[in-house]
Design a protein around this ligand. Structure first.
Ligand code: BGC
Length: 763
């Protein structure tokens, strides 16, 4: 009897425990075991449901089992305001104003991985507050042509720089329990015809230039999701591309996360089933194109897939694999216990946005200029010397235009955005400097974008002649003229969906600048953009600043650099060409490609191969022959950026002069701050393969380090590489390889200025 009571008691205690904690909810069990258990409990309908959208930005969890819906959102510069469930119209919430962080070109220009970590963490905290589990970003497509409409959302032209910056961004974001969705995988390098471009690229260029940042995000940062690109590769859309997704991403790189289609990037059930797509979003079967609402059942991975399974066309093998990946994402995000709550628009996020903006602004040019004809050479124009400045004139529409709106899916609704003119006004009033403004030209007068009304009216009725005359008259009287121009995120001006129409600055900017220069040469040109542009008056303008689209704190960041509160330390993440013919894609007329018959597909062959950005510039220099018309000096080299102090590089040494393939080699170079104020310098190491069996770029960035130096201070800057920095992708072996022989380490402050070199040998 006693025994029977014991057994009953044991059963009574055991049964509720089992009922309470099924394996899939048991946190003490390994995730894969929990996934197996969850899959075994899911119905076919539940499985089909989790692999496609249910609204513009959400997909369902599994209600019956307690998995919440999955909410995604753009990305990548802040958390986008909510749209309605099934329409692109703003939901009109009052709790979704965010902090806008600087666009990713600016982040890349900091050349500071710590800034990328800060960026990811801050964005993650904003996303958590808004209950978003997947942020649609960051973007790491390579800056191949300066016409690229979305370059501003990416991290520049160099695979190494983009890799070093994407890893901490993803890690920072995911440390908060929010998934990164790294985009747009892959070869989405121009926006024009983005749904129809079929990219033809060599395997070497693919692996050496276009894939490394994605690979680093997957293998080093362990990104939990990735977004397929709109375009095609080998005649197959990248959202269901067998080579890109099954072979490279999942098989070779071991990606265990979720492949999400770009919105409307899925086109075929069969390919979507078999070629590695896991989660379908934005297919054009609803309000977007065909006016049919609630059409999510018509998605390629919805009813059509289910019917295919029921009829025996497909087994459930692929479905279970997709569901497994989704469940893994759920456990990493929505099902993650003890997640912080996150917060929106905190002081710490504004501070992060400001810091990143200040570190990313690039001082491109800063020459001495005479104040008046009789005067001796004065100091450089920047930072503005408030003791000698009574009147400042600010010219240009971009001084008063909100830049956190526009540009496509990265457009934001911010709690605040400090405009450049407002930031400059604050500085001027602190020092009793009179600050005047002239519009100069009219670009984009749209008053509202995506439901966000601009803070300052851009309405204008005056003619161009009147605007120019006003700017010139006011400039006559000014001690310094600050022209704030560039692009503006309106259509064809750094905006998703289309590329730029030309390399020139738009509107009447050049004309106004030339007119001002005739009466006042003390002009600072501040360029707002994510791309370079032709600057035909460059020799006449003493100071040029690249200020990107830098988010909520734009005005304060720009003013702090112009007035010298901050010593600029940004470096260009791309080559700033003097003209388009210095860019390989254009020199070889490879852009935008050739339409096939029927005008449905445009083939774009990346004829320049590996020679993107500075790699092409170096090639121009190496191969230059007499009579070549194209100038080989760009306006500003990749990696270029000045400071208000000066740096001197000593001679590079190394810990060895010969290494085996298993060893590392460390180069050390002393760098001294030779000026009178504290500043930061990014020391760049490029590797040159002296002799190779294949054609290689003259040099390639393989390490860099940003050092902060007090006046007079010297630091020994060490940069370590291993054989991966010496390798190339062998297309015959379909793998990376390294050849023994002589190499050179080239070190300097930019790709255009190598100041010390070291020869070494790989055994
Ligand atoms: C863009 C993506 C974006 C998505 C959702 C697409 O048009 O290409 O980058 O994340 O829309 O807004």
């Amino acid at each position: 009897m006693k025994k029977l009571i014991t057994i009953c008691l044991a059963l009574m205690t055991a049964v509720p425990t089992l009922a309470q904690t099924p394996v899939y909810l048991d946190e003490s069990k390994p995730i894969e075991q929990r996934i197996d258990d969850a899959i075994s409990r899911m119905t076919l309908d539940e499985k089909i449901a989790v692999i496609h959208a249910q609204s513009k930005f959400s997909s369902p969890g599994v209600k019956r089992l307690g998995f919440p819906d999955l909410w995604t959102d753009d990305g990548p510069h802040g958390v986008r305001p909510d749209v309605l469930w099934d329409e692109w119209v703003q939901a009109g919430q009052t709790n979704d104003s965010c902090v806008a962080f600087p666009a990713l070109t600016c982040l890349a220009a900091t050349w500071n991985p710590a800034m990328a970590r800060l960026y990811g963490e801050s964005l993650g905290e904003e996303a958590l507050y808004r209950n978003k589990s997947v942020m649609l970003g960051p973007g790491v497509n390579i800056y191949r042509t300066p016409l690229g409409g979305r370059n501003f959302e990416y991290m520049g032209e160099d695979p190494w720089l983009a890799s070093r910056m994407v890893v901490p961004y993803v890690k920072g974001l995911q440390s908060k329990g929010v998934a990164a969705c790294v985009k747009h995988y892959a070869l989405n390098n121009d926006e024009e015809y983005r749904h129809q471009v079929n990219v033809i690229v060599s395997d070497r260029a693919l692996h050496e230039i276009y894939l490394p940042a994605f690979k680093a995000a997957v293998q080093e940062a362990e990104a939990w999701s990735i977004m397929g690109a709109y375009n095609l590769y080998k005649d197959q859309h990248n959202c269901h591309n067998n080579i890109m997704l099954n072979k490279i991403l999942k098989q070779d790189w071991g990606f265990d996360g979720v492949v999400i289609s770009d919105w409307g990037g899925c086109h075929d059930t069969d390919e979507a089933v078999k070629n590695g797509l896991d989660l379908e979003f934005g297919t054009w079967t609803d309000g977007l194109m065909m006016g049919k609402t609630n059409a999510y059942d018509s998605y390629y991975l919805a009813d059509a897939y289910k019917q295919g399974i029921l009829s025996g066309k497909y087994s459930t093998k692929e479905l279970d694999e997709k569901v497994r990946r989704l469940l893994r994402l759920f456990y990493r995000t929505t099902m993650k216990k003890n997640k912080p709550f996150g917060f929106l628009c905190s002081d710490s996020h504004y501070e992060a946005a400001l810091k990143i903006a200040q570190e990313g602004i690039v001082l491109l040019k800063n020459e001495k200029v005479k104040k008046s004809k009789g005067e001796k050479m004065a100091a450089p124009l920047l930072p503005i010397d408030v003791t000698k400045t009574k009147r400042i004139l600010v010219v240009g529409e971009n001084a008063i235009k909100m830049m956190t709106v526009g540009g496509g899916s990265s457009s934001l609704k911010v709690q605040r955005e400090i405009l450049p003119l407002d930031g400059i006004n604050v500085q001027c009033s602190m020092f009793n400097v009179q600050c005047d403004y002239a519009r100069g030209y009219v670009g984009d007068t749209i008053q509202s974008y995506n439901g966000v009304t601009v803070g300052r009216s851009l309405y204008e009725t005056r003619s161009q002649a009147e605007l120019t005359a006003e700017a010139v008259e006011k400039a006559r009287e000014a001690d310094v003229v600050i022209f704030i121009g560039g692009l503006n995120k309106s259509n064809h001006q750094d905006c998703e969906g289309h590329d730029r129409l030309s390399y020139d600055l738009p509107y009447a900017q050049n004309e106004v600048i030339e007119a001002i220069l005739k009466v006042n040469p003390r002009l600072v040109y501040v360029n707002i953009s994510g791309n370079g542009a032709a600057l035909p008056w460059i020799d006449k303008v003493p100071a040029v600043v690249q200020a990107w689209f830098i988010g909520s704190e734009a005005g304060e960041a720009i003013a702090s650099v112009l007035f010298g509160d901050v010593n600029p330390s940004g470096k260009l993440p791309f080559t700033w060409y003097a003209s388009l013919d210095q860019c390989g894609a254009h020199a070889l007329k490879a852009y935008p490609g050739t339409w096939r018959e029927g005008h449905k597909i445009i083939d774009e062959e990346y004829k320049e191969g590996l020679f993107v950005g500075y790699r092409w510039i170096d090639r121009l220099k190496v191969k230059k022959s007499k009579g070549d018309k194209v100038k080989s000096e760009p306006l500003f080299a990749f990696g270029h950026g000045l400071s208000y102090t000066t740096f001197q590089y000593g001679k590079v040494t190394a810990d060895k002069s010969s290494l085996t393939a298993d060893e590392q080699i460390t180069f050390t170079v002393p760098v001294t701050n030779t000026g009178s104020r504290a500043g930061a310098e990014t020391v760049q190491l490029y590797i040159r393969d002296v002799e190779s069996s294949v054609e290689r770029p003259f040099k390639e960035l393989k390490a860099f380090s940003k050092v902060f130096l007090q006046p007079g201070e010297t630091q020994q800057v060490s940069l370590t590489i291993d054989k991966s920095a010496l390798s190339f992708y062998d297309d015959k072996a379909a793998d990376w390889t390294v050849e023994p022989g002589d190499f050179e380490a080239l070190i300097g402050p930019s790709a255009g200025q190598i100041v010390t070199r070291y020869s070494f040998h790989l055994q």
